[in-house]
Write a protein that binds this ligand. Structure first.
Ligand SMILES: [Zn+2]
Ligand SMILES: [Zn+2]
Ligand SMILES: [Zn+2]
Length: 266
């Protein structure tokens, strides 16, 4: 914008010099201001057009994965409100401010614990049997990758690098897989936020690693503010409705894991 004004101003001054006596500088200045309008308007209208279109299933990060302090191991909340900090983009909840010093001395060690908690929380319900990047079958060499409190399983280090180059792409892919896995056995016909029946405005949202169906975009905003409360409502409704997920019931050996998963505040 400033660039355009400067260019026009210079041109204006040149023509003032050429037309000395016939036009006053003040009148010239007004004229240039009018000339400067069109480029200004063009630059502004480029704004909305530049916003990328949202595609795929929208997602909301899941609830924080630990209910204990990664430093002391003490229950969060037992010593008053947890002390919250963000380290390299990762939210960290400590039991008290004095644990911060220990955290800062060796953040890697404690971040590892949070990662481990995410893996434990999401592994049982993980929707894919293939690498989220390459689509190859997952085997004993599978790498569990944690990104923004979510688990992604990939087949090799090359896929880790590819994931990191475009995490949004693979998040969308994982969200789709969650919807695919959970929609057949989804237990509710009403929005867990409003209690209203799902109609034509209904929105499929992935919260953490779970599908949630909401009646309208307004309810999506509410879930963003408190994803944990939304999942708790879904859980309660699920057990009230009989609790079963027949289509995706895990094998007997995995059942205890699933129960433990449910116990983590989902
Ligand atoms: Zn503490
Ligand atoms: Zn791979
Ligand atoms: Zn709604």
């Amino acid at each position: 914008m400033r660039f355009w004004t400067t260019v026009i101003l210079t041109a204006g001054l040149m023509s003032v010099a050429n037309l000395v006596g016939s036009v006053t500088p003040a009148a010239r200045a007004e004229e240039q201001a009018a000339t400067a309008e069109p480029p200004k308007a063009t630059a502004q209208s480029a704004g909305p057009l530049a916003v990328p279109a949202v595609s795929g299933v929208p997602g909301v990060p899941g609830p924080y994965p630990m209910d204990v302090c990664p430093v002391s191991g003490g229950k969060l909340g037992a010593m008053g409100k947890p002390f919250v900090l963000t380290y390299e983009g990762q939210e960290v909840k400590l039991c008290c401010p004095s644990c911060e010093t220990r955290f800062r001395k060796d953040p890697k060690q404690y971040l590892k614990k949070i990662e481990q908690a995410v893996i434990e929380q999401e592994k049982a319900n993980y929707p894919l049997k293939t690498c989220v990047v390459s689509n190859e079958a997952l085997d004993e060499k599978t790498i569990d990758l944690v990104y923004q409190d979510r688990l992604y399983r990939v087949c090799c280090t090359m896929c880790v690098a590819q994931f990191k180059a475009d995490p949004a792409k693979y998040t969308a892919k994982l969200n789709e897989a969650v919807v695919e896995k959970e929609k057949a056995s989804y237990p509710l016909e009403a929005c867990p936020i409003s209690g209203e029946k799902l109609g034509h405005e209904a929105v499929d949202l992935v919260v953490g690693d779970h599908l949630v169906r909401l009646c309208c975009p307004k309810c999506v905003e509410q879930v963003k503010q408190d994803p944990a409360a939304c999942l708790a409502k879904l859980d309660a409704a699920e057990s009230a409705a009989g609790g079963a997920q027949p289509a995706t019931q895990p094998a007997e050996g995995e059942k205890s894991k699933q129960d433990e998963h449910a116990g983590h505040g989902h």
